[in-house]
Design a protein around this ligand. Structure first.
Ligand code: IMP
Ligand code: MG
Length: 174
């Protein structure tokens, strides 16, 4: 079974505009804070790199690696493959994620990070598929709401491929 990209959902130039807009809002909101960006690996690596370079406020950067819930809807526990080794009490944490889908990963992630008692905790997702939500979680910053389609590129993968595409495409299985 193969697959192909049937449609471009967001072109590179559109992505740049979206990221610049998000960074402007975040820079405004975090002016007098102690910002720590926590990127969720692997999907968020491209978005985080672009977002961070557009910020006009200082920030620190860390990464968390978790297993994905995709195809495992029953599971209630978050499997952390690489955790943070530092305390978060001094930080205003902004979780940076590629896409908010069912909400399972992120709601578990927010509970996990909340238990570390950061000064504040907020969520930034590049893409959001609100129609897919099964767990109530909303992002404080959303780049673009999209319909229910499987998308790849700009960090997002299908079976570990397509992450390096500079645009967001819709993947069609055939
Ligand atoms: P959630 O827990 O269902 O919200 O799943 C979020 C995770 O599933 C994301 O961080 C992605 O890794 C993955 N995911 C969800 N939708 C897509 C998609 O359309 N393309 C690629 N990965 C996706
Ligand atoms: Mg992810």
């Amino acid at each position: 079974m193969g697959e192909h990209i049937s449609e471009t959902l967001l072109r590179q130039e559109e992505i740049e505009g979206i990221v610049a807009g998000l960074a402007a809002r975040i820079s405004q909101d975090y002016r007098d804070k102690n910002l720590l960006l926590i990127g969720i690996l692997k999907g968020a690596y491209v978005f985080l790199a672009d977002l961070a370079r557009h910020l006009t406020v200082p920030c620190e950067i860390e990464f968390l690696r978790v297993s994905s819930y995709r195809g495992n809807a029953e599971s209630g526990a978050l499997e952390i493959l690489q955790d943070l080794s530092m305390p978060l009490e001094r930080y205003d944490v902004l979780v940076v994620e590629d896409i908010l889908d069912s909400g399972k990963t992120l709601s578990a992630m927010l509970r996990h990070l909340g238990a570390k008692k950061p000064r504040s905790l907020a969520l930034c997702a590049f893409l959001d598929k609100p129609s897919r939500r099964t767990v109530p979680v909303e992002a404080d910053y959303v780049g673009r709401k999209i319909p229910d389609a499987f998308v790849v590129g700009y960090g997002l993968d299908y079976a570990q491929r397509y992450r390096s595409l500079p645009y967001i495409g819709v993947l069609q299985l055939d």
